[in-house]
Design a protein around this ligand. Structure first.
Ligand code: ADP
Length: 575
Protein backbone atom coordinates (compact mmCIF):
# COMPACT_ATOMS: atom_id res chain seq x y z
CA UNK A 1 0.00 0.00 0.00
CA UNK A 2 1.37 3.44 -0.92
CA UNK A 3 2.44 5.67 2.01
CA UNK A 4 0.60 8.93 1.40
CA UNK A 5 1.26 10.65 4.75
CA UNK A 6 2.29 14.27 4.46
CA UNK A 7 4.36 16.51 6.67
CA UNK A 8 4.48 20.30 7.13
CA UNK A 9 7.65 22.29 6.43
CA UNK A 10 7.83 23.48 10.05
CA UNK A 11 7.79 19.88 11.28
CA UNK A 12 10.59 18.90 8.87
CA UNK A 13 12.66 21.83 10.14
CA UNK A 14 12.04 21.00 13.80
CA UNK A 15 12.87 17.32 13.32
CA UNK A 16 16.05 18.21 11.44
CA UNK A 17 17.18 20.48 14.28
CA UNK A 18 16.39 17.78 16.81
CA UNK A 19 18.24 15.16 14.74
CA UNK A 20 21.35 17.33 14.80
CA UNK A 21 21.16 17.72 18.58
CA UNK A 22 19.77 21.24 18.97
CA UNK A 23 18.38 21.38 22.49
CA UNK A 24 17.41 25.04 22.92
CA UNK A 25 15.88 27.64 20.65
CA UNK A 26 15.58 31.25 21.82
CA UNK A 27 13.44 33.67 19.90
CA UNK A 28 10.30 35.66 19.35
CA UNK A 29 7.39 34.36 17.35
CA UNK A 30 5.23 36.19 14.84
CA UNK A 31 4.44 35.83 11.15
CA UNK A 32 5.68 33.47 9.71
CA UNK A 33 7.42 31.44 12.45
CA UNK A 34 4.82 30.81 15.17
CA UNK A 35 4.29 27.25 13.95
CA UNK A 36 8.06 26.66 13.78
CA UNK A 37 8.36 27.36 17.53
CA UNK A 38 5.43 25.06 18.24
CA UNK A 39 6.85 22.31 16.02
CA UNK A 40 10.16 22.59 17.90
CA UNK A 41 8.37 22.14 21.21
CA UNK A 42 6.55 19.13 19.79
CA UNK A 43 9.96 17.61 19.02
CA UNK A 44 11.04 18.24 22.63
CA UNK A 45 13.28 21.21 21.79
CA UNK A 46 13.06 23.79 24.58
CA UNK A 47 11.80 27.13 23.28
CA UNK A 48 12.58 30.23 25.31
CA UNK A 49 10.31 33.09 24.29
CA UNK A 50 12.23 36.33 24.69
CA UNK A 51 11.22 40.00 24.43
CA UNK A 52 13.71 41.20 21.82
CA UNK A 53 15.59 39.25 19.15
CA UNK A 54 18.78 41.01 20.18
CA UNK A 55 18.77 39.37 23.62
CA UNK A 56 17.57 36.10 22.08
CA UNK A 57 20.56 36.06 19.75
CA UNK A 58 22.95 36.81 22.62
CA UNK A 59 21.39 33.99 24.64
CA UNK A 60 21.64 31.43 21.83
CA UNK A 61 25.30 32.28 21.24
CA UNK A 62 26.10 31.90 24.94
CA UNK A 63 24.74 28.33 24.88
CA UNK A 64 27.08 27.65 21.95
CA UNK A 65 30.08 28.92 23.91
CA UNK A 66 29.23 27.13 27.15
CA UNK A 67 28.34 23.75 25.63
CA UNK A 68 30.10 23.62 22.24
CA UNK A 69 26.69 22.77 20.75
CA UNK A 70 24.86 25.51 18.89
CA UNK A 71 21.45 26.67 20.04
CA UNK A 72 18.85 28.03 17.66
CA UNK A 73 17.68 31.62 17.45
CA UNK A 74 14.28 31.91 15.78
CA UNK A 75 13.29 35.29 14.37
CA UNK A 76 10.58 36.76 12.20
CA UNK A 77 11.19 38.34 8.81
CA UNK A 78 12.73 41.77 8.21
CA UNK A 79 13.09 43.67 11.49
CA UNK A 80 13.22 40.43 13.48
CA UNK A 81 16.35 39.39 11.65
CA UNK A 82 17.80 42.89 11.76
CA UNK A 83 17.55 42.87 15.58
CA UNK A 84 19.29 39.50 15.66
CA UNK A 85 22.23 40.80 13.62
CA UNK A 86 23.51 42.17 16.93
CA UNK A 87 23.96 38.69 18.35
CA UNK A 88 25.15 37.29 15.03
CA UNK A 89 27.95 39.83 14.75
CA UNK A 90 28.82 39.33 18.42
CA UNK A 91 28.99 35.55 17.92
CA UNK A 92 31.01 35.97 14.72
CA UNK A 93 33.58 38.19 16.45
CA UNK A 94 33.76 35.84 19.45
CA UNK A 95 33.95 32.69 17.26
CA UNK A 96 30.88 31.12 18.89
CA UNK A 97 28.49 28.71 17.17
CA UNK A 98 24.79 29.49 16.76
CA UNK A 99 22.06 28.67 14.23
CA UNK A 100 19.82 31.60 13.34
CA UNK A 101 16.56 30.67 11.63
CA UNK A 102 14.68 33.52 10.03
CA UNK A 103 11.23 33.34 8.58
CA UNK A 104 11.06 35.37 5.37
CA UNK A 105 8.36 36.89 3.23
CA UNK A 106 6.42 34.95 0.60
CA UNK A 107 8.66 33.96 -2.32
CA UNK A 108 5.83 34.60 -4.78
CA UNK A 109 5.78 38.25 -3.66
CA UNK A 110 9.54 38.68 -4.07
CA UNK A 111 10.53 42.26 -5.08
CA UNK A 112 6.88 43.36 -4.81
CA UNK A 113 7.25 45.06 -1.44
CA UNK A 114 5.90 42.11 0.54
CA UNK A 115 5.25 42.37 4.29
CA UNK A 116 8.69 42.68 5.98
CA UNK A 117 10.45 41.85 2.72
CA UNK A 118 14.20 42.16 3.15
CA UNK A 119 17.29 40.64 1.50
CA UNK A 120 17.82 38.37 4.51
CA UNK A 121 20.20 35.88 2.94
CA UNK A 122 22.50 38.56 1.51
CA UNK A 123 22.38 40.61 4.66
CA UNK A 124 23.29 37.66 6.90
CA UNK A 125 26.38 36.79 4.89
CA UNK A 126 28.50 39.41 6.59
CA UNK A 127 27.63 38.05 10.02
CA UNK A 128 27.87 34.30 9.48
CA UNK A 129 30.11 31.46 8.28
CA UNK A 130 27.33 29.89 6.23
CA UNK A 131 24.03 31.21 4.90
CA UNK A 132 21.34 29.40 2.96
CA UNK A 133 17.74 29.27 1.85
CA UNK A 134 16.64 25.66 1.31
CA UNK A 135 15.58 25.03 -2.30
CA UNK A 136 12.67 22.76 -1.27
CA UNK A 137 11.01 21.58 1.93
CA UNK A 138 12.16 18.01 1.26
CA UNK A 139 15.80 19.17 1.34
CA UNK A 140 15.61 21.15 4.63
CA UNK A 141 17.42 18.36 6.58
CA UNK A 142 20.40 18.61 4.21
CA UNK A 143 20.73 22.36 4.86
CA UNK A 144 20.26 22.03 8.62
CA UNK A 145 23.04 19.44 8.88
CA UNK A 146 25.35 21.54 6.74
CA UNK A 147 24.57 24.65 8.79
CA UNK A 148 25.09 22.81 12.08
CA UNK A 149 28.39 21.33 10.87
CA UNK A 150 29.62 24.66 9.53
CA UNK A 151 28.95 26.33 12.85
CA UNK A 152 31.13 23.94 14.89
CA UNK A 153 33.81 22.68 12.47
CA UNK A 154 37.02 24.69 12.06
CA UNK A 155 36.72 28.09 13.73
CA UNK A 156 33.25 28.12 15.26
CA UNK A 157 30.75 30.78 14.28
CA UNK A 158 27.10 31.60 13.58
CA UNK A 159 25.14 30.34 10.56
CA UNK A 160 21.85 31.44 9.02
CA UNK A 161 18.97 29.40 7.56
CA UNK A 162 16.25 31.34 5.77
CA UNK A 163 12.80 29.78 5.75
CA UNK A 164 10.30 31.36 3.34
CA UNK A 165 6.91 31.84 4.95
CA UNK A 166 5.29 29.59 2.35
CA UNK A 167 7.44 26.64 3.54
CA UNK A 168 6.13 26.70 7.10
CA UNK A 169 2.65 25.22 6.66
CA UNK A 170 2.99 23.63 3.23
CA UNK A 171 2.97 19.85 3.34
CA UNK A 172 5.05 17.41 1.32
CA UNK A 173 4.91 13.61 1.13
CA UNK A 174 6.83 12.32 4.15
CA UNK A 175 8.53 9.64 2.04
CA UNK A 176 10.19 12.35 -0.08
CA UNK A 177 11.97 13.95 2.89
CA UNK A 178 15.56 12.76 3.25
CA UNK A 179 16.60 13.12 6.89
CA UNK A 180 20.34 13.33 7.52
CA UNK A 181 22.15 11.58 10.39
CA UNK A 182 23.60 13.71 13.19
CA UNK A 183 26.89 15.31 12.27
CA UNK A 184 29.77 13.92 14.36
CA UNK A 185 31.73 16.24 16.70
CA UNK A 186 34.49 18.24 14.96
CA UNK A 187 37.57 16.20 14.00
CA UNK A 188 40.41 16.76 16.46
CA UNK A 189 43.02 18.33 14.19
CA UNK A 190 46.68 17.81 15.24
CA UNK A 191 49.70 19.98 14.46
CA UNK A 192 52.76 18.84 12.52
CA UNK A 193 55.13 16.81 14.74
CA UNK A 194 58.22 18.76 13.62
CA UNK A 195 56.53 22.01 14.64
CA UNK A 196 55.63 20.59 18.06
CA UNK A 197 59.33 19.78 18.59
CA UNK A 198 60.34 23.30 17.56
CA UNK A 199 57.76 24.78 19.91
CA UNK A 200 59.03 22.75 22.87
CA UNK A 201 62.67 23.62 22.06
CA UNK A 202 61.77 27.29 22.05
CA UNK A 203 59.65 27.15 25.18
CA UNK A 204 62.35 25.33 27.14
CA UNK A 205 64.97 27.88 26.09
CA UNK A 206 62.94 30.83 27.45
CA UNK A 207 64.24 33.06 30.24
CA UNK A 208 60.85 34.65 30.81
CA UNK A 209 58.13 32.39 29.41
CA UNK A 210 54.41 33.10 29.54
CA UNK A 211 51.35 31.05 28.59
CA UNK A 212 48.36 33.11 27.45
CA UNK A 213 45.05 31.29 27.78
CA UNK A 214 42.28 32.65 25.57
CA UNK A 215 38.60 31.93 25.22
CA UNK A 216 39.42 29.58 22.34
CA UNK A 217 41.19 27.44 24.95
CA UNK A 218 38.12 27.62 27.18
CA UNK A 219 35.89 26.70 24.23
CA UNK A 220 38.08 23.76 23.22
CA UNK A 221 37.78 22.15 26.68
CA UNK A 222 41.53 21.69 26.93
CA UNK A 223 41.66 22.31 30.68
CA UNK A 224 43.14 18.91 31.59
CA UNK A 225 45.89 19.02 28.96
CA UNK A 226 46.61 22.65 29.84
CA UNK A 227 46.88 21.87 33.53
CA UNK A 228 49.34 19.05 32.80
CA UNK A 229 51.54 21.30 30.68
CA UNK A 230 51.52 24.30 32.99
CA UNK A 231 51.98 22.34 36.21
CA UNK A 232 54.62 19.91 34.91
CA UNK A 233 56.67 22.77 33.48
CA UNK A 234 55.83 25.28 36.25
CA UNK A 235 54.97 27.95 33.68
CA UNK A 236 53.34 31.28 34.57
CA UNK A 237 50.00 31.70 32.81
CA UNK A 238 47.76 34.65 32.07
CA UNK A 239 44.11 34.24 31.10
CA UNK A 240 42.37 36.69 28.78
CA UNK A 241 39.05 38.06 30.11
CA UNK A 242 37.05 35.00 29.03
CA UNK A 243 40.01 32.63 29.27
CA UNK A 244 39.61 33.16 33.03
CA UNK A 245 38.75 29.96 34.84
CA UNK A 246 40.15 27.59 32.18
CA UNK A 247 42.59 27.05 35.03
CA UNK A 248 41.49 28.62 38.32
CA UNK A 249 42.38 32.29 38.78
CA UNK A 250 43.62 31.37 42.24
CA UNK A 251 46.08 28.81 40.85
CA UNK A 252 49.61 29.55 42.19
CA UNK A 253 50.95 29.81 38.60
CA UNK A 254 48.35 32.41 37.54
CA UNK A 255 49.96 35.82 37.09
CA UNK A 256 46.82 37.78 36.17
CA UNK A 257 47.40 40.46 38.83
CA UNK A 258 50.79 41.16 37.16
CA UNK A 259 49.29 41.28 33.64
CA UNK A 260 51.14 44.30 32.24
CA UNK A 261 54.51 43.14 33.56
CA UNK A 262 53.99 39.60 32.28
CA UNK A 263 53.09 40.79 28.79
CA UNK A 264 55.82 43.41 28.65
CA UNK A 265 58.78 41.28 29.69
CA UNK A 266 57.95 37.77 28.44
CA UNK A 267 60.56 36.59 25.92
CA UNK A 268 58.60 33.52 24.73
CA UNK A 269 54.81 33.43 24.73
CA UNK A 270 52.74 30.32 24.18
CA UNK A 271 49.51 31.80 22.80
CA UNK A 272 46.60 29.39 23.20
CA UNK A 273 43.30 30.20 21.49
CA UNK A 274 43.59 33.99 21.69
CA UNK A 275 43.95 36.48 18.87
CA UNK A 276 46.53 39.28 18.96
CA UNK A 277 43.79 41.89 18.61
CA UNK A 278 42.96 44.89 20.80
CA UNK A 279 42.44 42.66 23.84
CA UNK A 280 46.10 41.65 23.62
CA UNK A 281 47.28 45.05 22.37
CA UNK A 282 48.08 43.57 18.91
CA UNK A 283 51.14 41.83 20.37
CA UNK A 284 53.02 45.08 19.79
CA UNK A 285 55.39 47.34 21.76
CA UNK A 286 55.24 49.02 24.24
CA UNK A 287 52.95 46.34 25.69
CA UNK A 288 55.19 43.50 24.42
CA UNK A 289 58.94 43.14 23.87
CA UNK A 290 59.82 43.99 20.26
CA UNK A 291 61.75 40.69 20.07
CA UNK A 292 59.13 38.50 21.77
CA UNK A 293 58.91 35.03 20.24
CA UNK A 294 55.40 33.69 19.93
CA UNK A 295 54.28 30.09 19.67
CA UNK A 296 50.76 30.53 18.32
CA UNK A 297 48.18 27.76 18.52
CA UNK A 298 44.86 28.18 16.76
CA UNK A 299 42.29 26.04 14.99
CA UNK A 300 42.15 28.59 12.17
CA UNK A 301 45.23 28.64 9.93
CA UNK A 302 44.40 32.10 8.59
CA UNK A 303 44.77 33.45 12.13
CA UNK A 304 48.45 32.44 12.31
CA UNK A 305 50.62 35.50 11.76
CA UNK A 306 47.94 38.14 12.24
CA UNK A 307 49.71 41.28 13.50
CA UNK A 308 52.85 39.38 14.62
CA UNK A 309 54.70 36.67 12.72
CA UNK A 310 55.04 33.80 15.19
CA UNK A 311 58.28 31.90 15.75
CA UNK A 312 56.18 28.72 15.51
CA UNK A 313 52.60 28.45 14.24
CA UNK A 314 50.65 25.38 15.29
CA UNK A 315 47.33 24.80 13.59
CA UNK A 316 45.05 22.40 15.39
CA UNK A 317 42.53 21.77 18.08
CA UNK A 318 43.92 22.81 21.45
CA UNK A 319 43.14 19.57 23.26
CA UNK A 320 45.09 17.66 20.60
CA UNK A 321 47.96 20.13 20.28
CA UNK A 322 48.48 20.38 24.05
CA UNK A 323 48.38 16.58 24.31
CA UNK A 324 51.04 16.46 21.57
CA UNK A 325 53.17 18.96 23.50
CA UNK A 326 52.80 16.98 26.72
CA UNK A 327 53.78 13.81 24.92
CA UNK A 328 56.84 15.43 23.39
CA UNK A 329 57.87 16.83 26.79
CA UNK A 330 57.33 13.48 28.49
CA UNK A 331 59.47 11.67 25.91
CA UNK A 332 62.51 13.92 26.33
CA UNK A 333 65.52 12.58 28.29
CA UNK A 334 65.66 15.68 30.53
CA UNK A 335 62.44 17.03 31.95
CA UNK A 336 61.74 20.68 31.27
CA UNK A 337 60.74 22.49 34.46
CA UNK A 338 60.99 26.26 34.46
CA UNK A 339 63.12 27.16 37.49
CA UNK A 340 60.86 28.47 40.30
CA UNK A 341 63.91 30.45 41.55
CA UNK A 342 64.44 32.16 38.17
CA UNK A 343 64.65 35.99 38.22
CA UNK A 344 61.46 36.03 36.07
CA UNK A 345 59.42 34.50 38.88
CA UNK A 346 60.96 36.92 41.38
CA UNK A 347 59.97 39.89 39.18
CA UNK A 348 56.47 38.55 38.63
CA UNK A 349 55.95 37.77 42.31
CA UNK A 350 57.04 41.26 43.33
CA UNK A 351 54.56 42.78 40.92
CA UNK A 352 51.80 40.38 41.98
CA UNK A 353 52.30 41.39 45.60
CA UNK A 354 52.42 45.13 44.83
CA UNK A 355 49.19 44.98 42.82
CA UNK A 356 47.45 42.81 45.39
CA UNK A 357 48.23 45.32 48.12
CA UNK A 358 46.98 48.22 46.00
CA UNK A 359 43.66 46.45 45.21
CA UNK A 360 43.31 45.39 48.83
CA UNK A 361 43.74 48.99 49.99
CA UNK A 362 40.86 50.14 47.83
CA UNK A 363 38.64 47.19 48.60
CA UNK A 364 39.05 47.78 52.32
CA UNK A 365 38.05 51.45 52.06
CA UNK A 366 34.41 51.04 53.05
CA UNK A 367 33.49 54.74 52.91
CA UNK A 368 29.83 54.99 51.77
CA UNK A 369 28.96 55.40 48.91
CA UNK A 370 31.43 52.64 48.11
CA UNK A 371 34.07 52.57 45.40
CA UNK A 372 34.01 49.70 42.84
CA UNK A 373 36.63 47.60 44.62
CA UNK A 374 34.85 47.81 47.96
CA UNK A 375 31.49 46.94 46.38
CA UNK A 376 32.99 43.90 44.63
CA UNK A 377 34.70 42.87 47.85
CA UNK A 378 31.29 42.63 49.52
CA UNK A 379 29.85 40.67 46.61
CA UNK A 380 32.83 38.34 46.31
CA UNK A 381 32.67 37.35 49.98
CA UNK A 382 29.42 35.48 49.37
CA UNK A 383 29.13 34.30 45.79
CA UNK A 384 29.79 30.57 45.39
CA UNK A 385 33.14 29.65 43.84
CA UNK A 386 31.47 27.57 41.11
CA UNK A 387 29.04 30.32 40.03
CA UNK A 388 28.73 31.37 36.38
CA UNK A 389 29.58 35.06 36.38
CA UNK A 390 28.36 37.37 33.66
CA UNK A 391 29.87 40.80 33.71
CA UNK A 392 29.45 43.87 31.54
CA UNK A 393 29.75 47.61 31.72
CA UNK A 394 32.92 49.67 31.39
CA UNK A 395 34.50 49.94 34.83
CA UNK A 396 32.11 47.35 36.24
CA UNK A 397 33.36 44.72 33.80
CA UNK A 398 37.02 45.64 33.95
CA UNK A 399 37.27 45.92 37.70
CA UNK A 400 35.13 42.85 38.43
CA UNK A 401 37.53 40.87 36.27
CA UNK A 402 40.31 41.37 38.78
CA UNK A 403 38.13 41.30 41.92
CA UNK A 404 35.91 38.28 41.24
CA UNK A 405 37.96 35.15 40.62
CA UNK A 406 36.74 32.30 38.42
CA UNK A 407 37.50 28.74 39.39
CA UNK A 408 35.97 26.91 36.44
CA UNK A 409 36.22 27.08 32.64
CA UNK A 410 33.50 28.81 30.56
CA UNK A 411 32.12 30.33 33.76
CA UNK A 412 32.73 33.94 32.82
CA UNK A 413 30.92 35.70 30.00
CA UNK A 414 31.38 39.34 29.18
CA UNK A 415 31.30 41.96 26.41
CA UNK A 416 33.95 39.92 24.59
CA UNK A 417 35.91 40.63 21.43
CA UNK A 418 33.23 42.94 20.02
CA UNK A 419 32.97 44.91 23.28
CA UNK A 420 29.19 44.54 23.10
CA UNK A 421 27.21 46.24 25.85
CA UNK A 422 23.78 44.81 26.54
CA UNK A 423 24.71 41.14 26.32
CA UNK A 424 24.31 40.55 30.05
CA UNK A 425 20.66 39.62 30.54
CA UNK A 426 20.57 37.39 27.43
CA UNK A 427 23.75 35.60 28.53
CA UNK A 428 22.36 35.21 32.06
CA UNK A 429 19.13 33.69 30.74
CA UNK A 430 21.12 31.18 28.67
CA UNK A 431 23.35 30.29 31.62
CA UNK A 432 20.36 29.90 33.96
CA UNK A 433 18.47 27.71 31.48
CA UNK A 434 21.57 25.55 31.10
CA UNK A 435 22.03 25.32 34.90
CA UNK A 436 18.35 24.44 35.36
CA UNK A 437 18.91 21.36 33.19
CA UNK A 438 22.48 20.35 33.99
CA UNK A 439 23.65 21.95 37.25
CA UNK A 440 20.62 22.92 39.35
CA UNK A 441 22.71 23.92 42.36
CA UNK A 442 24.95 26.25 40.41
CA UNK A 443 24.14 29.97 40.62
CA UNK A 444 24.25 32.55 37.85
CA UNK A 445 25.44 35.98 38.93
CA UNK A 446 24.89 38.79 36.43
CA UNK A 447 27.00 41.82 37.29
CA UNK A 448 26.19 44.89 35.20
CA UNK A 449 26.73 48.57 35.20
CA UNK A 450 23.48 50.56 35.29
CA UNK A 451 23.99 51.65 31.70
CA UNK A 452 24.65 48.07 30.49
CA UNK A 453 21.51 46.80 32.24
CA UNK A 454 19.44 49.37 30.35
CA UNK A 455 20.20 47.85 26.94
CA UNK A 456 17.96 44.84 27.50
CA UNK A 457 16.69 45.30 31.03
CA UNK A 458 13.15 44.41 30.05
CA UNK A 459 14.24 40.81 29.53
CA UNK A 460 13.83 40.46 33.30
CA UNK A 461 10.22 39.67 32.41
CA UNK A 462 11.52 36.58 30.57
CA UNK A 463 13.69 35.77 33.60
CA UNK A 464 10.74 35.93 35.99
CA UNK A 465 8.32 34.14 33.63
CA UNK A 466 10.59 31.11 33.48
CA UNK A 467 11.44 31.36 37.21
CA UNK A 468 15.17 31.56 36.56
CA UNK A 469 16.87 32.32 39.90
CA UNK A 470 19.52 34.66 38.48
CA UNK A 471 21.13 37.04 40.95
CA UNK A 472 21.58 40.44 39.29
CA UNK A 473 24.08 42.85 40.76
CA UNK A 474 23.72 46.34 39.31
CA UNK A 475 26.69 48.56 40.09
CA UNK A 476 24.86 51.84 39.87
CA UNK A 477 26.86 55.04 39.50
CA UNK A 478 24.05 56.96 37.77
CA UNK A 479 25.62 56.79 34.35
CA UNK A 480 28.42 55.87 31.99
CA UNK A 481 31.88 56.21 33.56
CA UNK A 482 31.76 59.10 36.04
CA UNK A 483 28.44 60.75 36.71
CA UNK A 484 26.37 63.08 38.92
CA UNK A 485 24.78 62.52 42.27
CA UNK A 486 21.16 63.54 42.80
CA UNK A 487 22.01 66.99 44.12
CA UNK A 488 24.11 67.97 41.09
CA UNK A 489 21.59 66.35 38.74
CA UNK A 490 18.76 68.44 40.17
CA UNK A 491 20.80 71.64 39.95
CA UNK A 492 20.59 71.30 36.15
CA UNK A 493 16.82 71.75 36.39
CA UNK A 494 16.85 75.38 35.29
CA UNK A 495 18.86 74.79 32.13
CA UNK A 496 17.91 73.31 28.75
CA UNK A 497 18.77 69.68 29.44
CA UNK A 498 19.13 68.81 25.77
CA UNK A 499 22.02 71.27 25.58
CA UNK A 500 23.51 71.02 29.05
CA UNK A 501 22.88 67.48 30.16
CA UNK A 502 26.11 65.42 29.89
CA UNK A 503 25.43 62.39 27.68
CA UNK A 504 27.15 60.18 30.23
CA UNK A 505 24.70 61.00 33.01
CA UNK A 506 21.61 58.86 33.66
CA UNK A 507 18.79 59.32 36.17
CA UNK A 508 20.12 59.43 39.71
CA UNK A 509 19.29 56.57 42.10
CA UNK A 510 17.22 54.82 39.41
CA UNK A 511 15.24 51.92 40.89
CA UNK A 512 16.19 49.11 38.51
CA UNK A 513 15.39 46.74 41.38
CA UNK A 514 11.74 47.76 41.03
CA UNK A 515 11.76 46.73 37.36
CA UNK A 516 12.57 43.17 38.43
CA UNK A 517 10.13 43.37 41.34
CA UNK A 518 7.35 44.38 38.92
CA UNK A 519 7.49 40.87 37.45
CA UNK A 520 7.77 39.01 40.75
CA UNK A 521 11.53 39.07 41.45
CA UNK A 522 13.12 40.36 44.66
CA UNK A 523 14.66 43.79 44.40
CA UNK A 524 17.06 45.41 46.88
CA UNK A 525 18.24 49.00 46.77
CA UNK A 526 21.44 49.00 48.84
CA UNK A 527 24.42 51.15 49.61
CA UNK A 528 26.07 50.01 52.86
CA UNK A 529 28.28 46.90 53.19
CA UNK A 530 26.02 45.27 55.80
CA UNK A 531 22.93 45.81 53.60
CA UNK A 532 24.71 44.34 50.57
CA UNK A 533 25.62 41.28 52.63
CA UNK A 534 22.08 40.80 53.92
CA UNK A 535 20.49 41.24 50.48
CA UNK A 536 22.99 38.93 48.81
CA UNK A 537 22.50 36.23 51.45
CA UNK A 538 18.73 36.37 50.93
CA UNK A 539 19.13 36.36 47.15
CA UNK A 540 21.39 33.31 47.16
CA UNK A 541 19.03 31.48 49.51
CA UNK A 542 16.18 32.02 47.06
CA UNK A 543 16.44 29.31 44.43
CA UNK A 544 12.96 29.84 43.03
CA UNK A 545 13.00 33.39 41.74
CA UNK A 546 15.42 36.03 40.49
CA UNK A 547 16.83 38.76 42.72
CA UNK A 548 18.52 42.05 42.09
CA UNK A 549 20.90 44.07 44.23
CA UNK A 550 20.88 47.62 42.93
CA UNK A 551 24.07 48.85 44.61
CA UNK A 552 24.52 52.62 44.64
CA UNK A 553 28.21 53.45 44.47
CA UNK A 554 30.15 56.69 44.47
CA UNK A 555 29.36 58.52 41.21
CA UNK A 556 32.99 59.64 40.98
CA UNK A 557 34.45 56.17 41.58
CA UNK A 558 37.08 55.07 39.05
CA UNK A 559 39.59 52.30 38.44
CA UNK A 560 43.15 52.20 39.78
CA UNK A 561 45.72 54.16 37.83
CA UNK A 562 47.12 51.80 35.17
CA UNK A 563 50.64 51.74 33.77
CA UNK A 564 49.07 51.59 30.30
CA UNK A 565 45.58 52.76 29.50
CA UNK A 566 43.42 49.88 28.21
CA UNK A 567 43.18 51.12 24.62
CA UNK A 568 46.52 52.96 24.59
CA UNK A 569 48.53 53.39 21.38
CA UNK A 570 50.92 50.77 20.08
CA UNK A 571 53.79 50.44 17.65
CA UNK A 572 52.55 47.82 15.21
CA UNK A 573 55.35 45.46 14.24
CA UNK A 574 54.19 44.99 10.66
CA UNK A 575 51.67 47.07 8.83
P1 ADP B 1 40.35 36.07 23.60
O1 ADP B 1 39.20 37.02 23.45
O2 ADP B 1 40.28 35.23 24.81
O3 ADP B 1 41.66 36.75 23.41
P2 ADP B 1 39.84 35.27 20.90
O4 ADP B 1 38.36 35.20 20.72
O5 ADP B 1 40.53 36.48 20.39
O6 ADP B 1 40.21 34.98 22.41
O7 ADP B 1 40.49 34.04 20.18
C1 ADP B 1 39.94 32.76 20.23
C2 ADP B 1 40.71 31.95 19.20
O8 ADP B 1 40.53 30.57 19.52
C3 ADP B 1 40.20 32.14 17.78
O9 ADP B 1 41.24 32.60 16.95
C4 ADP B 1 39.70 30.76 17.38
O10 ADP B 1 40.00 30.45 16.03
C5 ADP B 1 40.47 29.86 18.32
N1 ADP B 1 39.83 28.58 18.62
C6 ADP B 1 38.52 28.31 18.75
N2 ADP B 1 38.34 27.01 19.01
C7 ADP B 1 39.56 26.44 19.05
C8 ADP B 1 40.04 25.12 19.27
N3 ADP B 1 39.20 24.10 19.52
N4 ADP B 1 41.37 24.89 19.22
C9 ADP B 1 42.22 25.91 18.95
N5 ADP B 1 41.84 27.18 18.75
C10 ADP B 1 40.52 27.45 18.80
Amino acid sequence: MADDSRVEGCAVLAKSLKDQGVEYVFGIVGIPVIEVAMACQKEGIKFIAMRNEQAASYAASAIGYMTGKPAGCLVVSGPGLVHALAGMSNAMENCWPMIVIGGSSERDQDKMGAFQEYPQVECSRLYTKFTCQPSRIERIPYYVEKAYRSSIYGRPGPVYIDIPGSFVMTTVPEKDVRYVPRCPPPPKVCAATADIKRAIDLLSSAKSPLVIVGKGAAYSRCENELRTLVENCKLPFLPTPMGKGTLPDEHPLCVAPARSKALKDADVILLLGARLNWILHFGAPPRFRPDVKIIQVDICSEEIGNNVQPAVGLVGDLTSVLAQMNEELGGRPTKFVFDPAAPWWKDLNEKLEKNRISVQKQSQDKTVPLNYYAAFDEVNKLIPKDAIVISEGANTMDISRSCIPNALPRHRLDAGTFGTMGVGVGFAIAAAVYCRDYAPDKRVICIQGDSAFGFSGFEVETVCRYRLPIVFVIINNNGITRSFNEEVFNSLEETDRLISHPPTVLSPNARYDKVLAAFGGNGYFVEKPEDIQKALRESLANKKQASMLNIMINTMADRRVQEFSWLGSIQPSKM
